[in-house]
Design a protein around this ligand. Structure first.
Ligand SMILES: Cc1cc2nc3c(=O)[nH]c(=O)nc-3n(C[C@H](O)[C@H](O)[C@H](O)COP(=O)(O)OP(=O)(O)OC[C@H]3O[C@@H](n4cnc5c(N)ncnc54)[C@H](O)[C@@H]3O)c2cc1C
Length: 323
């Protein structure tokens, strides 16, 4: 039976990406504890990201995903039934017609979310926390889960009154992600690829993937393509202006879009896909007065299914935590 103290606890979850979404849902479904989410961005979803531009839309983060290891999770079945996600028949590549952000919007529709709240520091307060945001706001909570990419989490913890053991800190500091520069184009010709393929894996030094937003029903307009640059090109060019990046890609883009193309938007992912992983567990609880947990795709496999598993993992630890 839940103690009164446990049932009245409240938890702040930082982030609204997949791991945060599933942490929030498990806690809310299985307890009376109050859940509130915060995100630094204007929208929800984190790397589930869709951008509108002129007369069409682009998925500019996650492109497609595998649900084999998570198909038994009720939310995944619900997303399929509601046609928020689907796959091309015969393929195990799932995607979201209408855009990846719709997954987050659907799953978070009944949650309290504070957007445009970038967490900057955490301090101890009455066996819980006071959390401070870049916009000058402060909140008090009993417990916390941070789902931000680990370098961003470490930045927050460095500004905070949280003591991390040297071993754990050493492990976390080794974790790293590839950068990914993204270019969103409207082309005058169709990309040459197999019909119905969601995109083209490219073995080019500068480009690694060209995603077709029309085939995925993300964009009504044809020939809306998302270009993911290779990790090497992204690293070398990350701090350059969009104009310089676009100029450096021109010859490659012309080879795919030989009838011409227009760049409608650019995006920079400083943390796109993990290139090293936390090997010890699928989430992490830090020692603190209240519960302070970390989750995210870097604790598993760096993908859609892994982010969900990490969110579920930290929620279960929270619900069984001995305060
Ligand atoms: C370009 C790209 C391509 C990808 N391709 C694939 C693919 O093909 N298949 C696949 O399975 N996976 C792919 N992924 C990976 C997949 O998107 C991730 O594994 C998953 O979305 C990560 O979820 P998460 O919850 O761990 O992190 P995130 O989605 O990154 O969520 C972290 C959240 O924390 C918020 N945040 C960060 N700092 C703060 C702060 N200080 N205050 C408040 N909020 C903060 C962020 O805004 C974000 O909402 C891709 C990712 C990218 C970027």
């Amino acid at each position: 039976m839940k103690t009164r103290e446990n049932s009245t606890r409240n938890i702040s979850i930082i982030g609204t990406g997949l791991s945060a979404i599933f942490a929030a849902r498990i806690i809310q479904e299985r307890s009376d504890r109050k859940v509130i989410l915060f995100d630094k961005a204007r929208g929800v979803g984190g790397r589930l990201a869709t951008r509108r531009s002129e007369n069409g839309k682009f998925d500019h983060g996650l492109q497609y995903f595998d649900i084999e290891s998570i198909s038994g999770i009720p939310e995944i079945q619900e997303l399929i039934e509601k046609e928020i996600i689907t796959s091309i028949s015969g393929s195990n590549r799932f995607f979201a017609p209408g855009g990846m952000t719709n997954i987050a919007k659907y799953l978070l529709q009944n949650y309290q979310i504070n957007k445009e709240h970038k967490l900057t520091s955490i301090s101890s307060r009455d066996k819980g926390f006071q959390i401070s945001f870049e916009n000058g706001k402060h909140y008090v909570c009993d417990d916390m889960i941070l789902s931000s990419p680990i370098p961003q989490t470490l930045e927050i913890l460095e500004n905070s009154q949280v003591v991390i053991s040297p071993d754990t800190l050493g492990c976390l500091k080794k974790l790293a992600y590839d950068m990914c520069l993204v270019v969103m184009v409207e082309a005058n010709n169709k990309l040459e690829k197999k019909k119905n393929e969601l995109g083209l894996k490219v073995g080019n030094a500068k480009i690694s993937w060209i995603g077709d937003n029309h085939v995925k029903n993300v964009s009504d307009t044809v020939n809306f393509y998302t270009i993911h640059c290779s990790p090497e090109f992204s690293l070398d060019n990350f701090d350059k202006s969009d104009d310089k990046i676009n100029e450096a890609l021109d010859i490659e883009l012309q080879s795919y879009f030989h009838e011409g193309y227009r760049i409608l938007s650019n995006h920079k992912w400083r943390y796109s896909i993990p290139k090293s992983f936390y090997q010890l567990d699928t989430s992490l609880v830090l020692e603190s007065d209240g519960f302070l947990g970390l989750c995210g795709d870097i604790f598993t496999n760096g993908r859609f299914d892994g982010a969900i598993q990490s969110g579920i993992s930290i929620a279960k630890k929270y619900l069984t935590y001995d305060f």
